[in-house]
Ligand binder design. Structure first.
Ligand SMILES: Nc1ncnc2c1ncn2[C@@H]1O[C@H](COP(=O)(O)OP(=O)(O)O)[C@@H](O)[C@H]1O
Ligand SMILES: [Mg+2]
Length: 236
């Protein structure tokens, strides 16, 4: 909700009705309290199942994500002190599987989960605080520069996981390598290692959105994501 009170505008967000591993308003509040103000909105209040924060005046980026500015923002975020909890990827993936519509639980999905569990997460290039839900609607261009909102999935993990999850490909890797001074090749290789994780997360998330909304286009998106994972399986 957007709340206008006198000359000030606030964003208020209600607690989810369900529990998703690693997601809570209290955590989001803690994240915002720790972040430098040039990264996200200032938090004001956590009470009665509501989180109230600053409303950032500006435009959501939508499809027009400014890649250079994003690389700069992420590099700054990744240089902040760690939050103190890891992003529980395997738990999240298991949760989506458990919550899935029974007729949507496929052998490919099961095999993919089993394989990820066996192989385990890549050893981090750099363990940092991540946002983990970066897309145009969560990016606001303010007068003071680009900011991130919607911090519910934030936690510590590998910087390359964040870059993979942004889904912006080479352009973001190039810009981030230039910002950070990391080897472009090394970064690209590490982003590649996270691809099956990110693709499985995406597929699972579309499955979940389909269950919540019954909107047909989520099934199409899920099927596309599963198809990409199947191709990957064949390539091995
Ligand atoms: N603090 C904020 N400042 C500016 N706009 C916001 C803020 N919080 C939410 N919004 C607007 O509301 C939309 C949805 O809020 P968001 O926190 O991203 O929730 P959701 O989990 O539904 O994506 C955002 O895409 C943005 O346009
Ligand atoms: Mg959002």
């Amino acid at each position: 909700m957007r709340i206008e009170a006198g000359t000030q505008t606030f964003a208020a967000r209600r607690r989810l009705s369900e529990t998703v591993p690693g997601v809570s308003l209290a955590r989001q509040h803690r994240v915002l309290r720790r972040l430098a103000p040039e990264i996200g909105p200032q938090p004001y209040l956590l009470a009665g199942g509501w989180l109230v924060t600053e409303w950032l005046a500006g435009e959501p980026c939508g499809d027009a994500v400014p890649v250079e500015a994003l690389a700069e923002l992420l590099y700054r975020l990744h240089g902040q002190p760690r939050f103190g909890w890891r992003i529980p990827l395997l738990k999240l993936l298991a949760f989506y599987w458990q919550e899935a519509a029974p007729e949507r639980r496929s052998l490919l999905w099961l095999r993919t989960l089993r394989r990820l569990r066996q192989v385990g997460e890549p050893t981090p290039l750099k363990l940092s605080p991540l946002h983990m839900d970066v897309h145009g609607d969560n990016l606001i261009m303010t007068q003071g520069g680009l900011r991130l909102i919607d911090w519910e999935y934030a936690g510590d993990s590998d910087i390359a996981l964040e870059l993979a999850a942004c889904g912006l490909g080479e352009r973001l890797i190039d810009a981030y390598a230039a910002q950070s001074g990391l080897s472009r090749k090394r970064l690209a290789r590490q982003v590649q290692r996270w691809q099956p994780w990110v693709q499985t997360l995406a597929a699972s998330w579309f499955e979940r959105r389909w269950q919540q909304t019954r909107q047909q286009h989520f099934i199409q998106l899920a099927d596309d994501a599963w198809r990409r994972l199947q191709c990957r399986e064949h390539e091995r």
